[in-house]
Write a protein that binds this ligand. Structure first.
Ligand code: GUN
Length: 299
């Protein structure tokens, strides 16, 4: 392996420590306890694990954690009523509705019912618009984590060729906006892109968020490029194993022989997402109380 490893686990621990310091300061100086509400509809096992982890880490940094678990058949009206209650609750500074929602609920309607100032996911149409026009917004957690790691690695990203693989609202699109904001030359690619390998071969930075196990291989990589792997895919068990391994959207083994730096899976982008959610909750809490923006937790 020639690439250096970008350690998301250590980076995330550092962010959580900073968040915990801010929590102490908010409590001691202002008597404020930041609060995060997470809403889960249904029993999707992966979502339940995420929600549990979010709750645990929220409490560990000293914030108030509220979890609302709604049944799979909860109505859209029930969910909207819950959001309205959270919107007006002064002890709640951040609201996250875990996605995906069941098919009978209109996700866009639900996301856009959240008070944009409490939208710690940064998915509300107002925050999307603010980010796209370079204004202060809530920034989606996973792309925020990726950008923090890239800034830490490069310092200045200006003029670099960045290729984003994947065009989701959660990662690909906001990631491209953030990289544009850093003055990168940004190319968006996706499952229909022609000559995707040739496009990726021009990249100084690749952010892979396409949801296809090990799709990005060594022959897509310019020597020395920095590769951020957002994918989490469980592959079929190998012979003799009972459980399949977790792999990213990048073929780590081959790509790490040619890239300059790479995030592993697990232990790369994954831990950064929840850390950035906690960071966004602090940011939302500070803004709601007219306090200065916390340093090092936002872009
Ligand atoms: N489901 C998968 N990723 C996310 C995320 O970042 N936020 C929410 N709300 N749901 C998700």
């Amino acid at each position: 392996m020639t690439a250096s490893l970008i350690d998301g686990k250590a980076f995330a621990a550092d962010i959580r420590a900073k968040v915990a310091e801010h929590v102490v300061r908010l409590k001691e100086k202002h008597g404020i306890v930041p609060g995060l509400a997470v809403v889960l509809v249904g029993e999707d096992p992966a979502s339940a694990v995420y929600v549990r982890n979010k709750g645990k880490q929220t409490v560990e940094v000293g914030m108030k954690s509220v979890e609302h678990m709604l049944a799979e058949d909860a109505s859209e009206a029930d969910l909207l009523a819950l959001i309205e209650t959270l919107n007006v609750d002064p002890e709640i500074h951040g609201i996250l509705v875990q996605l995906p929602l069941p098919d009978h609920i209109d996700s866009d309607k639900v996301i856009n019912a959240i008070d944009p100032a409490k939208d710690v996911d940064g998915f509300h149409i107002s925050n999307v618009g603010l980010l796209g026009t370079g204004q202060k917004s809530m920034v989606p957690c996973t792309p925020l984590g990726c950008l923090m790691m890239l800034r830490d690695h490069f310092g200045d990203l200006s003029g670099l060729n960045a290729v984003v693989v994947g065009r989701s609202n959660i990662v690909g699109k906001p990631m491209a906006q953030l990289l544009l904001g850093e003055s990168c030359t940004v190319t968006m690619t996706h499952s229909r892109t022609k000559n995707i390998q040739d496009v990726c071969c021009q990249a100084d930075i690749i952010v892979a968020a396409v949801g296809r196990a090990e799709m990005v291989t060594a022959d897509w990589i310019k020597p020395g490029a920095v590769v951020i792997d957002v994918g989490i895919n469980r592959i079929a068990p190998e012979e003799g194993a009972t459980k399949g391994r977790l792999v990213g959207d990048v073929d780590f083994k081959s790509v790490s022989e040619i890239a300059g730096a790479i995030t592993p899976v697990p232990g790369g982008v994954g831990p950064m997402t929840i850390a950035c959610l906690l960071a966004n909750t602090i940011t939302a809490c500070a803004r709601a109380n007219g306090l200065s923006e916390p340093e090092g937790l936002t872009v």
